[in-house]
Design a protein around this ligand. Structure first.
Ligand code: ACM
Ligand code: ZN
Length: 527
C-alpha cells in the first residue's frame, strides 16, 4: 500500500492527523507514517497467514509466548478471518515488507517469507514496547545490505547448542541474516568430522586455560576445557537458524589458528608426525601452523571441507587465513621445496597457493570462499571474498580491486572490546574501546567511489571469546551494541544519531521483556 492510499484508508475509517504513539523500532524502518488510533494485540489475536507457508507465523507465535505468560495457548494461526494478516507480494524487495496498522486489522506484506518474518519482528517490538497497543501506521521497509552478520567464536570458550540458539534468536530480533560460526582454532576443534575422529577427541579439549590477559599472564586454571558439536547438533542449529531466515556460515581456519587440529594429527604440522603438539592453553598467535608443503595437508583440508559442505547449505564457506606466521614455513624443508617446485613468491606465495587451491576446490563444489583480509597480500583471485578486520583499509583495497567485501573492522565491530573507559571492577576484555556510539558511527562506504560500493556485501560484528567464558557475560557484550550495528547493516542510509539515546531507551524495554541481559554503560552515560 502506498502512502496516499494509507491516508485515504484512514480517512474512510474516520481517522486523521498525526499521533505521538510509540513507533520506535530497531533497526529504523525506511518509511513510517503514523496516524491517530491503535490496534490492540492480545494473546487471542489471530495470525492470519494468507501466504503459502505458516512458518513465519509459527515463529512469531512462539516468540510472543513470553509476553503473554498468562495465556494457556500460543497465539492462534489461521488461514482466514480477522487479526494480523500476512501476505506476500513479489513486487516488494525480497527481504522487505510493508505493514499497515488500522484500528480494524494489521496487514504485513513481505517480498518473500523472510520479508514477512522481518515485518513480524517490527510488529513484535512495537507490541512489546507499547504493551500490546500498536499505533495506526504505515511502514515500508527494506535492508540496506544483503549480508548482515554476526560471528561467534566457540573455540576459545565452548557454548552449548541451547546457548547458540539463543544467540541466533537475538540476531533474528535485530534482522540479521548471517551467523558466522567460528568452529576451529588453536584452543579447540568444535565440529565432528567422521573421517578424522581425533579432531574432536584430542583436539576438542585443552588441558587448562590461561588466567588473566594473554599479553602479561603466565597463570593457568588447571581445569580442562572442551566440547564439540555432533553432526546432528550442527544440523539442528542450521535448521533453527534457517527457520529464522539466518544462514550459518562455518569457518574452518587454515593454515594458522589450527593447533587443535595439529594436536589431533601432528602430521599436519611442519614439525611432523612425532612432534607433541598440544591444544593451546594461551591466547594470541602461535608460530605453529599447518605445513603447506605437503600434499597430505591439502588432502586433509579437502576431506574436512567435503564433510563441512555436506552439512552446511551456505553458499559461503569461511577458510580463515588470518594471523599465520611464516616462522615454521621458513625452516621446513617440505615448505621450502614446495615453494621452489611451484615457483612461488616465498612464504606469502605459499599461503596464496593454499588459499587459491582451496578456493578452486570450493568453487568446483559450488561454494564461494571467504577469508580474513590477510589473504589479500598473498595473490588471491578476483572471486575471493574478503572479510576486512584489521580496520577497513583491507576492505577498501579489496573493493577497489573488484573483490567483494564484508566489513568488520575491529575498531567498530569487535564486540570483545571494552564498552566503557572504566576498567576497575570490569570483567577483563581483549582491549580497545568500542562503545555503542562508535559502533553506530561506522561508515561501511568510507573512501569508496560510487561504483566501488557495490562490492561491499555487508557488515558483521565479531564475538571472540578469549575473555568471555559465560553466556550471560556474552549477551552483555553483544547488547546493546548489536542494536547499533543492526542499524548500520539494515538502515545505513537512515541512521539518526540525534535520536539514538531516546530510541535505545525504548529498545531497552524490549530487552527487559525478552529477558536479554545487556550492558548498562550506554544507558548510564558511562561509556
Ligand atoms: C581476527 O580477528 N584474527 C580475524
Ligand atoms: Zn612445512
Amino acid at each position: 500500500m502506498k502512502k496516499s492510499l494509507f491516508t485515504a484508508l484512514l480517512a474512510i475509517l474516520g481517522i486523521a492527523g498525526a499521533t505521538t504513539a510509540q513507533t520506535t523500532v530497531f533497526p529504523r524502518p525506511q518509511y513510517i507514517e503514523t496516524a491517530d488510533g491503535e490496534y490492540v494485540v492480545t494473546a487471542s489475536t489471530a495470525i492470519v497467514a494468507e501466504v503459502s507457508t505458516t512458518a513465519p507465523a509459527e515463529r512469531f507465535s512462539e516468540d510472543m509466548r513470553v509476553f503473554f505468560p498468562e495465556a494457556k495457548r500460543p497465539m492462534k494461526i489461521a488461514r482466514h478471518g480477522k487479526g494480523i494478516k500476512l501476505r506476500e507480494d513479489p513486487c516488494i524487495a525480497a527481504e522487505g515488507y510493508e505493514m499497515t496498522v488500522t484500528p480494524r486489522e494489521i496487514t504485513i506484506t513481505g517480498g518473500s517469507e523472510a520479508g514477512v518474518y522481518y515485518g513480524l519482528q517490527t510488529l513484535r517490538q512495537m507490541i512489546v514496547t507499547g504493551n500490546g497497543r500498536v499505533p495506526c501506521c504505515f511502514i515500508a521497509d527494506e535492508p540496506a545490505f544483503a549480508y548482515r552478520g554476526a560471528m561467534l567464536d566457540v573455540c576459545r570458550h565452548f557454548f552449548t547448542v541451547e546457548q547458540v540458539k539463543r544467540y541466533i534468536d537475538i540476531l533474528a530480533a535485530h534482522k540479521l541474516n548471517r551467523f558466522h560460526w567460528h568452529l576451529t582454532d588453536d584452543q579447540g576443534w568444535r565440529i565432528e568430522i567422521e573421517r578424522y575422529p581425533e579432531l574432536t577427541v584430542k583436539g576438542g579439549t585443552r588441558k587448562q586455560t590461561l588466567v588473566g590477559h594473554g599479553s602479561n599472564s603466565d597463570r593457568y586454571d588447571g581445569t580442562p576445557h572442551g566440547g564439540f558439536y555432533t553432526k546432528e547438533q550442527i544440523r539442528e542449529v542450521i535448521d533453527y537458524a534457517a527457520a529464522r531466515y539466518i544462514t550459518v556460515i562455518p569457518e574452518i581456519e587454515m593454515p594458522g589458528h589450527a593447533l587443535a587440529a595439529m594436536a589431533a594429527y601432528p602430521w599436519l604440522g611442519c614439525r611432523g608426525a612425532d612432534y607433541p603438539y598440544e591444544v593451546w592453553t594461551r591466547w594470541g598467535i602461535t608460530p605453529e601452523v599447518m605445513c603447506a608443503g605437503r600434499e597430505t595437508t591439502y588432502e586433509f583440508l579437502e576431506n574436512v571441507l567435503t564433510e563441512v559442505i555436506e552439512l552446511f547449505p551456505s553458499e559461503y564457506i569461511h577458510i580463515g587465513g588470518d594471523e599465520s606466521p611464516r616462522d615454521r614455513w621458513k625452516e621446513c624443508e617440505h615448505c621450502q621445496a614446495f615453494i621452489s617446485e611451484h615457483g612461488l613468491d616465498g612464504e606469502d606465495g605459499l599461503q596464496g597457493y593454499l588459499v587459491n587451491r582451496i578456493e578452486k576446490w570450493l568453487m568446483a563444489h559450488g561454494r564461494k570462499m571467504i577469508g580474513w583480509d590477510e589473504i589479500l597480500g598473498c595473490g588471491i583471485s578476483q572471486t575471493a571474498n574478503i572479510m576486512s578486520w584489521r580496520g577497513a583499509k583491507g576492505g577498501i583495497a579489496a573493493a577497489k580491486r573488484g573483490n567483494d567485501v564484508i566489513m568488520t573492522p575491529s575498531s567498530h565491530c569487535y564486540f570483545d572490546s571494552y564498552q566503557t573507559r572504566e576498567r576497575v571492577g570490569e570483567p577483563l576484555a581483549i582491549g580497545r574501546h568500542v562503545p555503542v556510539e562508535k559502533v553506530y558511527a561506522f561508515d561501511p562506504y568510507d573512501k569508496l567511489e560510487a561504483d566501488e560500493r557495490r562490492h561491499i556485501l555487508g557488515v558483521q560484528c565479531n564475538m571472540w571469546t578469549e575473555y568471555i567464558a559465560d553466556f550471560d557475560h556474552l549477551q552483555r557484550m553483544l547488547l546493546p551494541r548489536l542494536a547499533a550495528i543492526c542499524e548500520v547493516q539494515w538502515a545505513a542510509d537512515r541512521r539518526d544519531a540525534a535520536t539514538l539515546r531516546e530510541r535505545m531507551e525504548v529498545l531497552r524495554r524490549f530487552y527487559d521483556a525478552c529477558g536479554y541481559p545487556y550492558a548498562p554503560y550506554f544507558f548510564e552515560g558511562k561509556e
